[in-house]
Design a protein around this ligand. Structure first.
Ligand SMILES: Nc1ncnc2c1ncn2[C@@H]1O[C@H](COP(=O)(O)OP(=O)(O)OP(=O)(O)O)[C@@H](O)[C@H]1O
Ligand SMILES: [Mg+2]
Length: 296
């Protein structure tokens, strides 16, 4: 655990998630990658990843493109299996997707033949512990309201903008009220103003529901404003470069919105910039090394 600077003053209002509560997600000594059957090569995406996420924690993940962030979150979701090591939720090895985890995908993953409300309903229709129809309706309406899509219930995905599609994905993840929210660049396709409004909304929802969130982003500011901790992943093969505690008070979105102007915010931001620009340069050199014959 690395602390940036020595400030210990601005403790969060919420008890710090890293020291309170129990471990909900554990990634232990995980290597991950993909086999190319045709060329008989194996691409190593992640190397030796060990990480614990505490119940109620908001964990942000940043790192250069292609470093394995989506691979990591897909392993927690149960869509991808590690090559070695183990991912556990509540101490039980993950063996596929489950209703306790919901994913907001980087590429939306909507069903094009279904309307907005039917896409959201998808998350709760085939559940054990059947949700009765009237309650389903209310929950769908509530989720769409939260992401600002009320009035678009009957629209089809092709009739929406990229940002609106992404918001359908978020509503779909929220509607099932999962214990764990897995979000892969969920605000990547929305404009800056909407993005900030949605960040604030997400912070509010999480404060209420106490959901645990794993959140991938390319935005340093977003990681700092939302995260309890930030995991910095190195360029591929991704390793954990550093884990940074974000000791800023909550709520971080207030009327005056002065968190971003605080000295501590600036300090963390410059530290992250430095780390990530090192990694971006590393990625360039890495691609040269790969041409020189990298395999597994
Ligand atoms: N299904 C797959 N089959 C083969 N290789 C894959 C597959 N998915 C990802 N990869 C490779 O694994 C590496 C990590 O990919 P991943 O999608 O996890 O990166 P990322 O950090 O999410 O990148 P980005 O920030 O661009 O979304 C990349 O080199 C990618 O080419
Ligand atoms: Mg990705």
């Amino acid at each position: 655990m690395v602390h940036v600077g020595s400030h210990e003053t601005d403790r969060p209002a919420k008890e710090h998630a890293n020291t309170a509560g129990s471990t909900l997600i554990e990634v232990a000594e995980v290597n991950a990658g993909y086999d190319n059957q045709r060329e008989r090569t194996r691409l190593i995406a992640l190397r030796d990843i060990s990480l614990k996420v505490t119940q109620g924690e908001f964990l942000a993940i940043v790192g250069p493109s292609g470093c394995g962030k989506t691979t990591l979150i897909n392993m927690i979701a149960g869509f991808v299996k590690p090559l070695s090591g183990v991912v556990k939720v509540r101490g039980v090895p993950v063996d596929g997707p489950g209703a306790d985890r919901a994913m907001v995908f980087q590429d939306y993953a909507l069903l094009p033949w279904r309307t907005v409300e039917r896409n959201v309903e998808f998350a709760i229709e085939n559940r054990r512990g059947h949700v009765p129809k009237p309650e389903r309706r209310a929950r769908i309406a509530n989720a769409l309201q939260l992401v600002g899509l009320a009035g678009f219930e009957k629209s089809y995905p092709h009739e929406l903008s990229g940002g609106m599609r992404q918001r359908v994905g978020i509503a779909r993840a929220l509607v099932g009220e999962p214990e764990i929210l897995l979000m892969d660049e969920p605000f990547g396709a929305v404009d800056a103003m909407t993005r900030e409004a949605m960040q604030a909304e997400l912070e509010k929802i999480i404060a209420e529901t106490r959901q645990t969130v794993v959140f991938i982003t390319h935005s340093i500011d977003e990681a700092i404003t939302l995260g309890d901790r930030i995991v910095v992943v190195s360029s591929r093969p991704g390793t954990i470069r550093e884990i940074i505690d974000i000791d800023l008070p909550r709520p971080r979105f207030d009327e005056r919105n002065d968190i971003k102007r605080s000295a501590r915010f600036g300090e963390i931001r410059s530290h992250l910039w430095k780390l990530l620009s090192d990694e971006a340069l590393g990625a360039k050199w890495g691609s040269v090394a790969r041409q020189e014959g990298e395999t597994a």
